[in-house]
Design a protein around this ligand. Structure first.
Ligand SMILES: [Zn+2]
Ligand SMILES: [Zn+2]
Length: 394
C-alpha cells in the first residue's frame, strides 16, 4: 500500500523528487527566530510519511500573526531552523502505515492544533486542548524526529505542519477531511484564524439572542468573530478597529456598527444598552497587551463575559484591571484556544456554512502571494493592508 502510494507521488511530482525517500521542494524558514530577520525561501527536503502520517500537496497557506510572532520573538523559540506556516489545505498524495481514515486524493484542511481523539481532553469534548498540542512548538514531529531537512539540518515545523512549503508530511491527527466541492485555497483559512474567531463568538462568548457584542480588533480572526456573533443572533455587533479599511468592510461580515477606538465603542454600547454595558466583549487584536483588559471589562455589563482570544507576548505578565468592580459585578474573563472549537467537528461545519452562503471566507482573502514574496506578505499584514494574505502554490 505504502509503496504504491510512493510510486504515485513519484509519478505526480517526478520533477520535485531526487529519489524516492526525500522530496526536494522549497520552504520559508527562520534560521534566527526572534530577530525580525524575515523568512528565507530555500530548497528543503520533505520525507515520506511514517506511521500515522500523510503527505499533502498544498494548494495554499494563510499568512497568520502566529508565524510573525516567531519572527518578532513574541513567541520565543530556543531552537532553529523552523519551517513556518500552519494554515493550509490540499490533496493527500501519500499515506503512511496505519492510516485508515485517509486515502490518496482526499481533500484535507491542516489543523494548527492536532486532536488525537484518545486523550482525556479529546474524549471530554475539548479537542482544542488535546495533549498533542503541547508539542506544536517543540521543533520535531510527535515521535521526536524531523520530516524536513535543509542545509543538512533537521528543520522543525510550525504546529507539526510547516505550510510555507508546497508539500507537507504531517500526523493525520492534524488533518481533517473536507468535501471536494470546497475550493482548497479558501479552505486553507479554516485551519486556524477562521475557527479561532468564529468559535470565540459562537462558543466561548456564549452569546444569546439579541445581545450586544463588541469585537475589538477586526482582522483575520475578528472578522470571523463578527460572523459568529451574527450566527448566534446578536442584535448589536460593534466592530472596533483603528484601521479605517477594516472598519469600512466590517459591515459586510455582519457588524452593525463600527468604532475607531475602545472609547468610541464604549459610547456606542452605553447608548444601545441604557448605560448597562455590552453582554460580550471579544478581544481579537493582533497582539494582546495587559492594558486592554480594563477598558474591555469596563464596557461589559454586570454578569457579562470578556473573551480573550488574541495571543499576547509570551512574557506579558502585567494586567491592568479594576478587580473590585470585576468581582462585585460577577463578570467572567474567558480565555479561549482555537475559539473553543473541535477541529473534526467544526472545520467541516464551517465549510458547510460557507457552502450554504452563511459564512464568508473568500471575502477574507485580500491578497495572494507567491512563496518567494512571503516577506512582503508579512509586511502587508503588519501594515494592516490585509484581512488575510494567502500564499498560493499553483
Ligand atoms: Zn494562525
Ligand atoms: Zn487528544
Amino acid at each position: 500500500m505504502r509503496v504504491l502510494g510512493a510510486r504515485l507521488v513519484l509519478a505526480i511530482s517526478a520533477d520535485l523528487r531526487e529519489k524516492e525517500d526525500d522530496m526536494l521542494t522549497k520552504g520559508a524558514l527562520l534560521w534566527e527566530p526572534g530577530t525580525n530577520s524575515g523568512w528565507s525561501v530555500e530548497e528543503i527536503e520533505v520525507d515520506p510519511p511514517k506511521f500515522g502520517e500523510a503527505t499533502v500537496k498544498l494548494a495554499a497557506s494563510g499568512i497568520c500573526h502566529s508565524d510573525d510572532h516567531l519572527d518578532t520573538g513574541d513567541i520565543p523559540l530556543d531552537w532553529a531552523p523552523i519551517l513556518g506556516g500552519h494554515e493550509g489545505a490540499g490533496v493527500v498524495t501519500e499515506v503512511g502505515e496505519g492510516v485508515l481514515d485517509l486515502e490518496v486524493g482526499d481533500h484535507v484542511v491542516c489543523s494548527f492544533l492536532p486532536s488525537c481523539g484518545k486523550c482525556r481532553m479529546c474524549v471530554a469534548g475539548q479537542s482544542n486542548m488535546c495533549v498533542l498540542g503541547a508539542g506544536v512548538l517543540a521543533g520535531t514531529s510527535p515521535d521526536g524526529t524531523h520530516r524536513v531537512h535543509a542545509r543538512g539540518k533537521g528543520v522543525g515545523c510550525m504546529s507539526y505542519l510547516g505550510t510555507f512549503s508546497p508539500y507537507v508530511t504531517v500526523p493525520t491527527d492534524a488533518l481533517v477531511r473536507i468535501e471536494k466541492d470546497i475550493p482548497l485555497k479558501t479552505a486553507a483559512l479554516i485551519g486556524c484564524g477562521v475557527p479561532t474567531g468564529w468559535g470565540s463568538a459562537a462558543y466561548a462568548a456564549e452569546i444569546e439572542l439579541n445581545e450586544t457584542v463588541v469585537v475589538i480588533g477586526t482582522g483575520g480572526v475578528g472578522m470571523n468573530a463578527i460572523q459568529g456573533a451574527r450566527h448566534r443572533g446578536a442584535k448589536n455587533i460593534i466592530a472596533c478597529d483603528t484601521n479605517p479599511y477594516k472598519r469600512d468592510i466590517a459591515p459586510t461580515f455582519g457588524a452593525t456598527h463600527t468604532a475607531e477606538s475602545i472609547e468610541a465603542a464604549a459610547e456606542l454600547v452605553a447608548g444601545f444598552t441604557d448605560g448597562q454595558g455590552a453582554d460580550r466583549v471579544i478581544l481579537t487584536v493582533g497582539v494582546l497587551t495587559g492594558d486592554l483588559l480594563e477598558p474591555a471589562q469596563a464596557m461589559c455589563r454586570r454578569g457579562g463575559t470578556v473573551v480573550v482570544t488574541s495571543a499576547a507576548p509570551v512574557l506579558q505578565r502585567d494586567v491592568n484591571i479594576d478587580l473590585f468592580t470585576f468581582a462585585m459585578s460577577g463578570k467572567r474573563l474567558q480565555g479561549t484556544l482555537y475559539g473553543s472549537t473541535k477541529a473534526r467537528n467544526d472545520i467541516p461545519l464551517i465549510a458547510d456554512l460557507y457552502r450554504r452562503g452563511l459564512h464568508k471566507l473568500d471575502e477574507l482573502i485580500t491578497r495572494e502571494y507567491d512563496l518567494e514574496d512571503i516577506n512582503t506578505a508579512f509586511k502587508d499584514m503588519r501594515d494592516g493592508k490585509n484581512i488575510r494574505g494567502v500564499v498560493v502554490y499553483e
